[in-house]
Write a protein that binds this ligand. Sequence first.
Ligand SMILES: Cc1ncc(COP(=O)(O)O)c(C=O)c1O
Length: 438
Amino acid sequence: MSGTNGPGGTNLDPWYGQYAERTSGLAASEVRALFAVASRPEVVSLAGGMPYVTALPKDLIKASFERVLSTRGDVALQYGSGQGSPALRERILEVMAEEGIRASADDVVTTTGSQQAIDLVAKLFLDPGDVVLAEAPSYVGAIGVFRSYQARTVHVATDANGLVPEALREAIRAERSAGRTIKFLYTVPDFHNPAGVTLAAERRPEIVDICREAGVLIVEDNPYGLLWFENPPPPPLRTLNPEGVVYLGSFSKTLAPGFRVGWALAPHAVREKLVLAAESAILSPSAFSQLVVTEYLSTADWRGQIAIFRGVYQERRDAMLTGLGEHLPELSWTVPNGGFYVWVSLPPELDAKQMLPRAVSELVAYTPGTAFFADGSGADHLRLSFCHPTPDNIRLGIRRLAGVIGGELDLLSTFSGTGPLHAPRHDRRFSSPPPDIG
Ligand SMILES: Cc1ncc(COP(=O)(O)O)c(C=O)c1O
């Protein structure tokens, strides 16, 4: 193809004009290049949501690997069932029982991480132009999936107690009166990524009732539910309406993301279609990973290990909140009772995305709020992850971040002349009550 390109081609990609329309949604993250820099050891990264796998008992995992290979090697290395290993699906019931879910292994599909479960649900339900309702803000990986099916993510107001029921009612009404088709509500009720908030107990039946009455399926994504700190979250939405909820779970945060094992628990008819979609996507999830996870769950004290993770993350959460309180007392942020994330509100004159290069050059990284809105809004917020750095590094990172924010504000005040830097502002996304102030 020297020198010539196909129709619509460029010198860099001769196939440029030939990709499917839906791939226009497959934009590389604008901050990906910066994150490559941010992974250098001298940078304190409060950006990624990487679990602290160092806290895992590697000897036990190694023993699980070895036992799987020596006792079930031929099964582990073979294709498996599209729905996933029956033995693992039984174990998954035990994990979900910790949260109060009672179900049948027949309604569980194991997937390649819960990310694939999100993709499969989207593939089953979304036509171009369909609406997905989701919290404002919402998990970036889900927004990307919905975009790739050319659906519209409509954000619903969220406050310190999670999704606001009245806002959900209003969004359903508004979308329907505009003639649009709502396919499901995608929600992360426990220790939300990125907002850090948990849907309050009294709101759960209300959210379920709104969706039931409106005929809107709920996709409940719950990878963090067992990683609570002070007290466990209220029972999942799935417990309130098993026929109206597709529940997604994952071993990525309670064990290790490297296995890439997650699952969907779905009403029977949806489950049948999920298996067909999974088979067409990957034939079967990794038999090897599933067997190792099953072996680990059968032989290790996995509940004890989750308790260890809780302790590790709680200490880090505390380090982050203390650091914020000491170094950035003029800002506000959410106070998570579990999970990995704190959502920080910036003064409205700051733009978290524009500020990121400066932060990285000052050796601290975060994720700008814009990543978590389908329309790229959210520049006046940022997400801080406390899961991976040590408490000392978290404190160092927050000190550096305070220096960056202070420097930006000084710069702005130099160029804008007078006026208070921290004028009272109305927070659009956390209406009432405001996020807990640390
Ligand atoms: C809310 C949420 N859902 C799904 C995922 C994907 O997890 P998995 O590793 O199970 O694919 C993540 C990962 O960070 C997440 O935060």
